[in-house]
Design a protein around this ligand. Structure first.
Ligand code: BGC
Length: 434
């Protein structure tokens, strides 16, 4: 069977964002941001205060860092040496789900089980030492409100997490209780921060002129340094970093696949932007479009962004690898031409995602520049999609150029790999060293 050409063209058009629309999206994003700066209830983004500005770069000492933001939890012991230097002394990492064994993110799991599991990892990171005092920075990458650097309270789970008893609670309190239950009384969480904020702190510690931090991975979100916000509880320099929670940006037009997926997701109506761009969702959109092409609408093939990446990377003449993946997941032996179309579809979904993310970065660059010149700056990004997904980074760069013209020479995106851990340690140092 060969795909219907008209239907295929129509699906590709659904995932295509032309130059004019790209400008409109960036402008709408900026407007939504400005609305939120005046009155946060008017923005579709939560624009959460982080209670940190930028680090001085002089932060030093040994800290624990907990990186809790996706299905893999990591705990680090990190020594900060100042001047952008640091060393990771210990690293412990474990997944929150092992299929068939345990699942701490499902509706059936409780906060006690989840934080108990994390406390055990922290205990391993300190080698069971229950004497030495450790300060801990906690990267907790879900929308949370806070009015100081410690007390982030989870508003709502994202990324399809559903563990009971965490929404509405202060994450660090749940952690402290779990540590106490294990007899670990010498680890004191002193800072909690979103992963975007952690990436910005980590990048700014090493590379001056970085004011925007972003995660482009399972989930998606961005933060930036807002110079006009000051608060007695805020540590650091240059104003306050705002965690936009722009995964929830909803003032753009979704296509029919976005709408359909949203309706069947854990949280319909929430995280509309994230559901269009992030790694957790690209595979879902891809599968839905393939099902339509195959006349199997509604069928779930369990395709992931990793499959998409492998399909796009197959540049061979016969597309053998791509054909095998599609056979294994979709259950059809497709002709080469149809496999080529599926590959084009995967690329279109990734390119749309990259263009949308770039538009949001440019909105922030415009916002920081105001009516002045766009200064030389870096946008720090971490995450598997940015780092590994073919076409992602190059299409961000291309879209930034399209939007900024010659000013694009002043703006680049830089990978801040593992920034979530380092940023947490820096935030702990900022809190302790004042
Ligand atoms: C969360 C953000 C987080 C992002 C990246 C989103 O689902 O709401 O807080 O920064 O994922 O991890």
């Amino acid at each position: 069977m060969a795909f219907n050409q008209e239907q295929f063209k129509d699906i590709i058009a659904e995932f295509t964002i032309g130059g004019e629309r790209l400008h409109e999206i960036a402008a709408t994003f900026r407007q939504d941001l400005q609305l939120g700066l005046r009155d946060v209830t008017q923005s579709s983004m939560r624009m959460l205060k982080s209670y940190v500005g930028l680090p001085s770069g002089k932060e030093t000492g040994e800290y624990l860092a907990l990186d809790f933001g996706g299905t893999n939890i990591r705990v680090f012991k990190i020594r900060l040496d100042g001047d952008g230097k640091f060393e990771i002394l210990k690293r412990v990492g474990r997944p929150l789900i092992v299929p068939g064994e345990y699942n701490y993110i499902s509706k059936d799991a409780t906060a006690e089980q989840m934080f108990g599991f994390i406390a055990e990892m922290i205990d391993d990171a300190i080698d069971g030492d229950h004497e030495t005092k450790f300060y801990l920075g906690h990267t907790f990458s879900f929308p949370s409100t806070q009015d100081n650097l410690y007390n982030a309270r989870l508003i709502i789970w994202t990324k399809e997490f559903a563990t009971q008893g965490v929404e509405g609670e202060v994450a660090n309190d749940l952690l402290v209780e779990a540590l106490k239950r294990r007899g670990v009384n010498n680890v004191e969480p002193v800072a909690v921060l979103n992963d975007t904020v952690a990436v910005l702190l980590s990048a700014a510690y090493k590379t001056p002129e970085t004011f925007i931090g972003s995660i482009y991975a399972t989930g998606h979100n961005t933060c930036y340094l807002e110079p006009s916000i000051h608060d007695a509880n805020c540590f650091g320099e240059g104003g306050m970093i705002l965690n936009l929670e722009c995964g929830n940006f909803s003032k753009l037009v979704p296509n029919r696949f976005d709408r359909e997926y949203d309706e069947k997701s854990e949280k319909p109506g929430e995280q509309r932007f994230e559901k269009m761009v992030s790694g957790r969702y690209m595979g879902e959109l891809f599968g839905m479009a393939i099902a339509e092409l195959l006349g199997e609408k509604g069928k779930n093939y369990d395709l992931t962004s990793v499959d998409m990446s492998a399909i796009i990377l197959d540049e061979s003449e016969n597309l053998g690898k791509a054909t095998d993946i599609i056979m294994a997941k979709v259950g059809h032996e497709l002709e080469r031409d149809d496999v080529a179309k599926i590959r084009e579809l995967a690329s279109a979904i990734v390119i749309r995602s990259a263009r949308l993310v770039a538009a949001s970065f440019v909105a922030l660059v415009w916002q920081r520049a105001g009516s002045g010149k766009i200064q030389k700056q870096h946008v720090a990004v971490d995450g598997s999609v940015y780092e590994k997904m073919p076409l992602a980074k190059e299409n961000i760069t291309k879209a930034i150029s399209e939007l900024l013209g010659e000013d694009a020479a002043n703006v680049d995106t830089i990978l801040d790999n593992g920034g979530s851990g380092l940023g947490a340690a820096i935030a702990a140092a900022m809190a302790v060293q004042k």
